[in-house]
Design a binder for this molecule. Structure first.
Ligand code: 6PG
Length: 465
């Protein structure tokens, strides 16, 4: 009998996704450009291989699927996706569907959706790494709602489950799903960066070893900061390097990789004029981290910066509080950006459902997202920091954030994401800021005009004469 769905691309994520589909009782036909991988995959699939049909050509793949067909692409983002669509298109019938499950730039997804014509095209963001793909990812769908509805029973079945609710949600037309996934990754970058910053304070400011730091993360993971990223940070800090027999963490080069999604978030935020400074700072921090030689030269020239922070000045509990504040602030920025995009692209992105779909399966899953979903359900148009639950938390925790950022600055530890998060918070609680000076300057040199506090627009200063 024919398969219900097809999948192209048996890399780490594609393999895991295909096994997940089979495991949930769906027959799946698979294809990979390097065909030896197909056989290998089916040989390793054990019992699940009964539900997997290996194919060696695209035509064979297409023939193995019940029409109207649905085929998932799990190939590297960018040109490989376009190449694959081009190769598939002549083999498909109108109404067949291509589902791009990779980390596509949503602008590419918009374009592909327009280009595929009669073919249905879905762009779905899939988060959760290999384990997520295998046992339940978080899925953010985009494209025609009717196409989503045709395959949503499969996507919901393979998705993570949050207390009985599947984490697979249609976000909107075109590239809406990939857009939401991109912002997810931007938040992921900021979350990871803030954790790395407090790790830096513990290591350089407090002089704590990796094993002790691991215990701190473990403890935090049992409290308000409970999250996948804090959990794995504890595990990463606890691991021992078989070669040096010291902490694995101490043997890892301090240069972060990136495949582009965080950067896209920052670029899109600028297009949208959406203020997401903590996320941008995290992208910048990754860029800076890769400039190892320059940093080494800087240390030679200016002297090593991180100095010990005395224990009576700052402690681990304040770091926890600061991280709570930082996290609320960074998610507030991410959701504000989504809200702006929703208007700009005419998408009606469902903010509360986005928080819900992130509660399980994805990399940024955390206890706090439950409260965020609640706060956004009450009022999706309000900045998350202003929701009573989070306002209360911020009123209590911004003092610690301030202490941490200040002491880090005084002792020479860079905390770009926490610092810019704090600056955002302070800007957002200042009714009268300082842009009056900027407006004065603009008018002075360019007669750009300003609004007077009496309400009159297009005014000029006395310097105009
Ligand atoms: C996820 C992750 C996943 C992956 C990205 C980010 O949600 O499962 O975001 O998509 O980790 O490729 O990777 P970079 O850190 O390399 O940009």
């Amino acid at each position: 009998s024919k398969s219900e769905i097809g999948l192209i691309g048996l890399g780490t994520m594609g393999r895991a996704l295909a096994l997940n589909i089979a495991d949930n009782g769906f027959d799946v036909a698979v294809f990979n450009r390097t065909t030896s991988k197909v056989k290998e995959f089916v040989d390793d699939a054990g019992e699940l291989s009964q539900r997997i049909t290996p194919t060696e050509t695209l035509a064979e793949l297409v023939a193995a699927i019940t029409p109207p067909r649905a085929i998932i692409l799990m190939v590297p983002a960018g040109k490989p996706v376009d190449d694959q669509i081009e190769a598939l298109r002549p083999l498909l019938d109108a109404n067949d569907m291509i589902i791009d499950a990779g980390n596509a730039n949503f602008r590419d997804t918009n374009r592909r959706a327009a280009e595929t014509g009669d073919l249905a095209f879905l762009g779905i963001g899939v988060s959760g790494g290999e384990d997520g793909a295998r046992y339940g990812p978080s899925i953010m769908g985009g494209g025609p709602k009717t196409s989503w509805d045709r395959v949503s029973h499969i996507l919901k079945a393979i998705a993570a489950d949050h207390k009985g609710e599947p984490c697979a949600t249609w976000m909107g037309e075109e590239g809406a799903g990939h857009f939401v996934k991109t912002v997810h990754n931007g938040i992921e970058y900021a979350d990871m960066q803030m954790i790395a910053e407090v790790y830096g304070i513990m290591r350089d400011g407090f002089g704590l070893g990796a094993a002790t730091i691991s215990k701190v993360f473990d403890r935090w993971n049992a409290g308000p900061l409970q999250s996948y990223l804090v959990e794995i940070s504890a595990a990463v800090a606890a691991a021992i390097d078989p070669e040096t027999e010291g902490p694995m963490l101490d043997a890892i080069v301090d240069a972060a990789g990136q495949k582009g999604t965080g950067r896209w978030t920052a670029i899109e935020a600028q297009h949208l004029a959406a203020p997401i400074p903590a996320i941008e700072a995290a992208v910048v921090a990754r860029n800076l981290s890769s400039q190892r030689q320059i940093r080494a030269k800087g240390e030679e020239l200016f002297g090593a910066a991180p100095h010990r922070i005395p224990h009576d000045i700052l402690g681990v509990d304040q770091l926890e509080e600061a991280l709570i504040a930082g996290k609320i602030i960074c998610y507030a920025q991410g959701f504000e950006m989504i809200a702006k995009a929703s208007i700009e692209f005419d998408w009606s992105l469902p903010l509360p459902d986005i928080a819900k779909v992130w509660r399980a399966g994805c990399i940024i899953r955390s206890a706090m997202l439950d409260d965020m979903a609640k706060a956004l359900s009450e009022d999706p148009h309000r900045n998350l920091m202003f929701a009573p639950h989070f306002a209360k938390k911020l009123k209590a925790s911004h003092i610690a954030l301030r202490q941490v950022v200040a002491q880090a600055a005084l002792h020479g530890t860079a905390t770009p994401a926490l610092s810019s998060g704090l600056a955002y918070f302070d800007a957002m609680r200042t009714a009268r800021g300082t842009a009056n000076m900027i407006q004065g300057q603009r008018d002075y040199f360019g007669r750009h005009g300003f609004e007077h506090i009496n309400g009159s627009k297009d005014q000029h200063g006395p310097w105009a004469d």
